[in-house]
Ligand binder design. Structure first.
Ligand SMILES: [Zn+2]
Length: 421
């Protein structure tokens, strides 16, 4: 019987005043086995703890030597074994909960001297290096010849970096890595992003810069793991010309990099990214910004080298207001109440219609039944460290805004500057 976990040993004789000393858990292989003895037929049961530093392992007698087993947090893979002699507490964590349960049951039985013959015990041989080495959590592959083709990826990887491997499709084995937090696939030739990203439930940082990606699928932005945990998305140096409106549903996105793409604008609801702090979109084809952009509160903003239009004064279209169409009314309500929709519920044509919603300054949505206005806005109000959009030091950019009703149009005419408050 053998388990792997992290173990910290606390000596109860030390006057620690119940303060746990800052000892760090050490990757350990624990086994229960019998040590052969010369005088009796059956050996005595021992608990053996092998670490990378001590592969021969410390051995503790089991029978009548376990004072208590603390297993309140066994479902989190944690437990403490209190020994009588030596007066030590073995604090276990990061164990597989099921294995730990079986192990502790066996240990309890053995300590009471119950019969455990039917269970296969381990030999108390020194542990192999492989079994006590810390599991690999970081991996970096920077050339094709080092790419693991026959070997599998270590299953506990948290950080994976694969670059310059000319990977065209993301290796499906990567999606099996449940613990992966940081995935860096820059400098490959990836063209498409598969829906299997949903399997990476721990993913927080995704770097896909310098690839050949043309679209960011909207369905990815609606995946629960992307919506709830993704905080960094780097898509710079790709071929993207449009970001899906669903990008604005990534509630925990802090950093977004889309430099060197073919973007013409941002999604009209980009202001919804309340946690966004770092945004860079230099070297794109952005001519105007949507007005919700002004709701962002950023720490860093870079929009250098975009062909922003020149706007000298506020420019408002004059229109005759018509009664809005039924489809417009429905669309406004769906978007206002943030009802989810997908190609499965609605005709694709209607989905694209809903995606095309414009946001009025009142926060309402509108489609065709609106007027547009163009105004100029200083980026300095958004971020203290804004860089100029061109070499002349310009920080004023044109903002395209839409007004959903005659009331909003009237208010805008009276005081355009109130728009930003
Ligand atoms: Zn309005």
């Amino acid at each position: 019987m053998r388990i792997k976990c992290e173990m910290d040993i606390i000596n109860r004789l030390l006057p620690s005043l119940n303060v746990k000393k800052g000892g760090k858990g050490c990757h350990t292989q624990l086994s229960i086995g019998r040590k052969p003895q010369t005088d009796s037929k059956e050996g005595i049961l021992f608990l053996m703890a092998c670490t990378a530093k001590d592969r021969n392992g410390a051995k503790y007698q089991i029978k009548d030597n376990i004072e208590q087993i603390f297993a309140k947090f066994i479902n989190e893979g944690k437990a403490t074994i209190r020994l009588k002699d030596p007066q030590q507490d073995l604090c276990l964590c990061k164990a597989d909960p099921l294995q730990l349960k079986n192990f502790l049951t066996l240990l309890r039985k053995a300590s009471l001297g119950q019969d455990i013959e039917r269970i296969s015990l381990s030999t108390l041989a020194p542990a192999s290096t492989k079994s006590v080495d810390k599991p690999k959590t970081k991996m970096s592959v920077t050339s094709k010849k080092n790419y693991p083709l026959t070997k599998s990826f270590p299953s506990l990887l948290e950080h994976l970096h694969i670059s310059q491997c000319r990977m065209k499709k993301i290796d499906s084995r990567i999606f099996q890595l449940k613990k992966l937090i940081h995935l860096d696939l820059q400098e490959n030739v990836i063209e498409e992003l598969p829906p299997t990203f949903s399997q990476l439930t721990s993913l927080r940082e995704l770097i896909l810069s310098t690839n050949k990606i043309q679209t960011l699928p909207s369905s990815l932005c609606l995946l629960p793991n992307w919506k709830e945990t993704l905080s960094l998305l780097d898509l710079s140096n790709n071929l993207i010309n449009l970001l899906p409106i669903q990008l604005c549903e990534l509630d925990n996105l802090v950093t977004l990099k889309v430099d060197h793409n073919k973007l013409e604008t941002f999604p009209p609801t980009i202001g919804r990214l309340k946690k966004l702090k770092y945004l860079s979109a230099s070297h794109n084809k952005i001519e105007t910004l949507p007005c919700s952009f002004m709701q962002l509160r950023l720490e860093h903003l870079d929009l250098f080298s975009n062909p922003f239009a020149d706007v000298t004064k506020s420019d408002l279209e004059e229109t005759e207001w018509q009664v809005p169409s039924l489809v417009e009314c429905c669309g406004r309500m769906i978007r206002k109440n943030r009802l989810p929709y997908s190609d499965e519920d609605l005709h694709t044509h209607l989905c694209r219609y809903l995606d095309s919603a414009r946001v009025c300054w009142c926060g309402g949505f509108c489609f065709e039944g609106c007027v547009r206005a163009m105004t100029s806005f200083s980026l300095k109000t958004l971020s203290p460290t804004v860089s100029a959009v061109d070499l002349q030091g310009r920080t004023d950019v044109p903002v395209l805004l839409f007004l959903c009703s005659p009331q909003c149009q009237r208010k805008y005419k009276i005081n355009p500057y109130a728009y930003w408050r």
